[in-house]
Ligand binder design. Structure first.
Ligand code: SF4
Ligand code: SF4
Length: 471
């Protein structure tokens, strides 16, 4: 329960002198930790394999920001598909927001790559090398000797190697795994700028996991900062049941053969196990705090203690404030309904757009600054540039244009039929010639068909300029 004594207006990992308080969390053990381990194995596998998996020849996940090419679940998105990418991102953000309103920071504790790597990879290596909380505190305080030098060098080397691996996978997401493998076989020195990026990424990951740690969630993560506005009394979070833990006379150390019920003491035996396991260094008994990433370590620790003292488990559990204070059950609030409605609409739009998306995108534009040209035999000619984007992994061959709305001819400047290579762009210039008698105005809308052989693969519209007096 928050009171004047435990109220604070600074983050939990900064001490009174404004210095960083290093956290030495106790190794968690218990039901939730086991579940989280399994979830983390699946997610780590997904994270490491995704850039190397292919669907129809496309990398499963790729975020090539520099070339503005993205693959999401094997679907390639081009700069021309940017609207689809933006809608996917908005849908993702609303999905996470909706999830947060209902289930708190479940994403942070179970799925966030920062938590997964920190708690399930780096922290476990730390436990393996340095030992549990007590041993880690002793090691940090002790003077440098052979044992400390050995343990520190081993830990930092292993951390560096893993950071280097993560940086490589990160690069595979950014530039594509094929290109990464190509650079590796060419020799990294042949691609200095990529090598420098790799070194910088490695240094950043090393800094984050070896030193910055929980500060990412507390200070740097924008999603973490949004919690204050997303959570309400109905959101399910990792919470301490202060009604049960404090009762009339508050928490008290456990004494054998004492009837706490009779004496009016709460079920919390003030053992501090929930505080010692917390990787963000907070005391969950002070209520929901911005540092809490809902990692469930305190649930496991408290359940273990409750078992030992023969009290029911769940003093710390997934619950909402209303759930604890009013014994209210979960309700689908107006805010949740609103978010769900927006999410459904956006998902519908996105699905529709994905299904309607063509394999080939055609853009034909009139050459800027050019009017029309009159030719012999009442023929009017307009000049255009075209851009064709092949979004598939197969070459589209024998491509040509045909006028579908008017009688007339389309002539390409350099060639007639051509091909658009897989995932490539073809561009050039073309002339459209139409007899003026066939035109209805000075700015007719033409429909142009893009064909591959006899097959119509895309249609597009352009305006055709003609002299006014001819109308
Ligand atoms: S308070 Fe509990 S759930 Fe929150 S970060 Fe600490 S241990 Fe994890
Ligand atoms: S682990 Fe449970 S019993 Fe121990 S201090 Fe925390 S809430 Fe109280």
């Amino acid at each position: 329960m928050a009171n004047d004594e435990n109220f604070r207006d600074s983050i939990g990992t900064v001490n009174e002198e404004g210095k960083r308080s290093w956290i030495f969390p106790k190794k968690p053990e218990g039901r939730y930790y086991e579940y989280r381990k399994w979830v983390s194995y699946v997610l780590l596998l997904f994270l490491f394999l995704s850039p190397f998996l292919k669907v129809n020849g496309h990398q499963f996940l790729m975020f090539n920001v520099l070339e503005r090419r993205f693959n999401i679940f094997g679907l390639p998105f081009w700069p021309q598909d940017f609207h689809l990418f933006v809608i996917s991102m908005i849908t993702g953000v609303i999905f996470v927001a909706l999830f947060t309103v209902a289930y708190g920071r479940i994403f942070c504790g179970w799925m966030c790559p920062q938590t997964i790597f920190m708690e399930m990879v780096f922290r476990r290596i730390e436990y393996w090398i340095d030992g549990d909380r007590g041993a880690q505190i002793r090691l940090s305080k002790q003077a440098w000797n052979a044992n400390k030098i050995w343990k520190r060098s081993l830990k930092w080397t292993v951390f560096f190697v893993i950071s280097f691996l993560i940086a490589n996978v990160f690069l595979a997401y950014l530039i594509g795994s094929d290109r990464l493998m190509q650079y590796v076989t060419d020799g990294p020195l042949q691609h200095m700028s990529t090598l420098i990026s790799l070194v910088i990424f490695t240094a950043v990951f090393y800094f984050v996991f070896a030193w910055f740690r929980e500060q990412v969630c507390i200070i740097a993560c924008p999603y973490g900062r949004m919690q204050g506005v997303l959570l309400d009394n109905k959101s399910i979070v990792v919470a301490y049941d202060y009604k049960r833990g404090e009762k009339e006379k508050g928490r008290k150390k456990f004494r054998k053969n004492e009837d706490r019920q009779d004496l009016g003491y709460g079920d919390c035996i003030d053992c501090f196990q929930c505080v010692h396991v917390c990787p963000t260094g907070i005391d969950i008994r002070n209520g929901t705090q911005l540092e809490c990433v809902n990692c469930t370590a305190c649930i496991d620790a408290c359940d273990h203690i409750m078992e030992k003292v023969n009290l029911p488990k769940g003093l710390i559990r997934y619950a909402s404030e209303d759930n604890i204070s009013k014994k209210a059950t979960f309700k689908f609030s107006a805010r949740l309904k609103g978010y769900t409605a927006v999410l459904v609409v956006l998902t519908g739009i996105l699905t529709g757009m994905l299904f309607l998306r063509n394999d080939l995108e055609a853009n034909i534009l009139r050459l800027p600054g050019q009017l029309y040209e009159r030719k012999e035999g009442n023929i009017i000619s307009n000049v255009y540039t075209y851009k064709l984007v092949n979004k598939t992994s197969a070459t589209i061959s024998n491509v040509h244009f045909e006028l579908m709305s008017h009688p007339g001819t389309i002539t390409l400047v350099t060639h007639s039929n051509f091909e658009v290579p897989a995932e490539e762009l073809a561009e050039g210039t073309l002339f459209i010639e139409i007899n003026n008698a066939a035109l209805n105005g000075d700015k007719d809308k033409l429909i142009i068909g893009v064909y591959s052989g006899d097959k119509l693969i895309e249609t597009t519209n352009v305006r055709f300029l003609a002299p006014r007096s001819y109308n």
